[in-house]
Design a binder for this molecule. Structure first.
Ligand SMILES: CC(=O)SCCNC(=O)CCNC(=O)[C@H](O)C(C)(C)COP(=O)(O)OP(=O)(O)OC[C@H]1O[C@@H](n2cnc3c(N)ncnc32)[C@H](O)[C@@H]1OP(=O)(O)O
Ligand SMILES: CC(=O)C(=O)O
Ligand SMILES: [Mg+2]
Length: 353
């Protein structure tokens, strides 16, 4: 483990200094596209204003014989697109694959000045982050980059889940972590065949002796992992995300899964198809009434200490802090999303009347 004194030193001579805090940039949806698929890549310019993050995916869902085309396609798209305030991320191939090294070398040296975050799949422990950290520093120095590229880990192995706190703490480059429910299910030998979401067989049943038939209640397969991931991220000042929801047609269940993640502390989720973009925008933006309420509590609480009653509900230092989380998120999103800014202003005015 690096000494605390060295933690914020660049890992290569000439590499940019690591950031001391992860900047909060809206990332309600990390929109995946295959950069080697010309039809999909052609949609990128039109998606820039629709999404918070565009991610050129090089790993799973890109066939083995299309890996190089995808990498070249991402270089081309990154150079040809004006991303404005929208972030550009990539998901490289896993570190045990023959492609990961070339992914990093090519992308950092050719489009490193445009890349915000590198997502690393199948992270098993801090050693994987340390490997990427040093390599990125060497490549940043070579490419004379002036700002560090951040790293995002996918939690999709049992080893990764058991080491999630160490992964979150492994480097000042760590931006966040996403849940990878498909690979995690396979790695854990769960008996599911889906990408995220619930399962009708994972349930609890009402006790006997009451109504017949006895009611059953579906449980959330992902709650334990997601909650553990959110705590690890919050404890280390990085951002947690729900990952993908694979049943593209089931927009209702997708919305439910995203909302559970939002309420639990996640800042965004992946959109795999254009139909999921609007769902993520709706779910990961606090509702205008919640924002108006949060602003009202903050105004009533003055310096944030003591206790007051608002509409029959006790408010104190702790509810003030919760309201600040909601209000500060709303401010950050409103700065990027004028429609949302209007809705928040209207709801706040209405609540003050
Ligand atoms: C477990 C994991 O690792 S998840 C992450 C890896 N998986 C991915 O990245 C998958 C990304 N998504 C996709 O590949 C596709 O959305 C698929 C294969 C799921 C479905 O694709 P299609 O069968 O083409 O869907 P559909 O016919 O509904 O598409 C409608 C339109 O949206 C386009 N589209 C679909 N997905 C995307 C996307 N992610 N980004 C941009 N455009 C897209 C299609 O090209 C199509 O365009 P058209 O109307 O001009 O023909
Ligand atoms: C997200 C991802 O890669 C998975 O679910 O496997
Ligand atoms: Mg995976």
């Amino acid at each position: 483990m690096r000494s605390a004194k060295d933690f914020f030193r660049p890992l290569a001579v000439g590499a940019p200094a690591p950031l001391r805090e992860v900047p909060f940039r809206p990332s309600r949806m990390i929109h995946f596209f295959d950069p080697g698929n010309e039809k999909m890549a052609a949609k990128v310019p039109a998606l820039v204003s629709e999404v918070d993050v565009l991610l050129g995916n090089l790993e799973d869902a890109v066939a083995a014989d299309r890996k190089e085309a995808a990498r070249a396609g991402l270089v081309k798209t990154a150079r040809a697109t004006d991303f404005g305030g929208t972030q550009l991320w990539t998901r490289i191939n896993s570190l045990d694959s023959p492609w990961a090294l070339d992914d990093l070398v090519t992308l950092v040296t050719e489009i490193g000045d445009r890349l915000d975050v590198v997502m690393v799949p199948k992270v098993e422990g801090p050693q994987d982050i340390h490997y990427v950290d040093r390599l990125l520093a060497q490549l940043e120095a070579k490419a004379a980059l002036t700002r560090p590229i951040l790293v995002h880990a996918i939690l999709e192995t049992a080893a990764g889940v058991t080491a999630v706190e160490e992964i979150a703490a492994a480097s000042p480059r760590m931006q966040g972590i996403s849940l990878g429910p498909a690979d995690l299910a396979a790695d854990r030998r769960m008996k599911t065949t889906r990408v995220g979401g619930g399962h009708p067989g994972y349930l609890v049943r009402e006790d006997p002796g009451g109504r017949a038939p006895r009611a059953t209640y579906q449980q959330d397969l992902w709650h334990y992992t997601l909650a553990r991931m959110v705590d690890a991220c919050a404890a280390h000042g990085i951002l947690p995300y729900y990952g993908p929801f694979g049943d593209i047609q089931d927009t209702t269940a997708c919305e439910d899964q995203f909302r559970n993640a939002f309420l639990l502390g996640c800042v965004g989720a992946w959109s795999l198809h254009p139909v999921q973009i609007g769902i993520a925008r709706r779910v990961f933006s606090p509702a205008p009434q919640e924002v108006a309420w949060a602003r009202r509590v903050i105004a009533a609480m003055g310096d944030g200490t003591g206790a007051v009653m608002i509409d029959g509900k006790m408010q104190d230092d702790a509810t003030y802090k919760q309201c600040r989380v909601v209000a500060e998120l709303a401010d950050a999103l409103a700065a990027r999303d004028p429609e949302l800014a209007r809705a928040y202003a209207e709801a706040t005015e209405e609540a003050a009347r």
